[in-house]
Design a protein around this ligand. Sequence first.
Ligand code: DTR
Length: 326
Amino acid sequence: MASFLLVGMMPSKAVAGPIKLKYANFPPAPTFPCVQMERWKKEVEKRTKGKVSIDTFPGGTLLKAKQMMDGVIAGVADIGCLCMAYQPGRFLMTNAISLPLGIPNATVGSLVLWDLYEKYKPKAFSKVKVLTMFTTAPSNIMSKIPIRTLEDLKGVPIRASGGAAQILKAWGANRVGMPMPQTPEALQKGVVKGLFSSLEVMKDFKFAELCKYVTMTQVPVYPFAVVMNMNSWNKLPKDVQKVMDDLRVEQARWTGEYMDNHVKEAMAWSVKKQGVKVITLSPEEQARWNKLLEPIVYNWVQKMMGKGIPAQQIVTDIRTLIQKYQ
Ligand code: DTR
């Protein structure tokens, strides 16, 4: 009885072990969203001197791609990494980063996206704590058949999500929507003849074994967010919260830089070891492709203004921020 009372009276910090947090992710462990997850875990554990211990769940073992946001809000996981492009109607403001506005790489994309989030604090994130955001490198077409002209692309089933889907449609492809983890099977079964994404997946998903052609388009980037359950966040000691807050921009930049370097490595491997051919559009052809993208920004602004979103200002901000970080 006495010892029971004593334990009950001890400050909880003295008896409790490290704070345990579950971090869910949707794609397989070797892919970039999970590489950045492991880096964040390591840094948080190190910087909190073991006060926090993070269990990571790659490969959709705890939450799958489209369940991520609601799963974190419900507390199935404390932390989750999500691709906003998979729910284009939900993340209207931050998905603006996928407009064809000339984001040159993932490092610039990630820093621009973070600033955009900080400025507008979109309602879509009001129920969670945002731990970081980042983007992929610009997308290109990976395909089983060579695509050199708009005519080659016409009606070809290609997998893409979100803003990238709008772009593929404008070019006349038959775009097929699905999250990345379903893409290997769709390619193997021939449901799609290619995909539209950042090129590190050529190596990380071994798409180079199936897609022997890459058509360089360098547009658009896909946006990601890492979010935390609000309750789990509020329970953290202030010094742990500070460690996580201090990592927000650092992690965005780290992930962008990792992605940009990894795209180069993956393409060197694809060309050398897998015999992949890289197709650069001729200047005349490029001009035709660009022309078809012109209405996309205008149409987005019109549509979003109807929903009360300061769309024109967001486009101006993205353009200014690209200049700032380039
Ligand atoms: N381009 C997006 C997001 C994406 C890019 N690389 C990966 C790797 C693993 C999961 C998602 C992504 C896409 O095509 O889904």
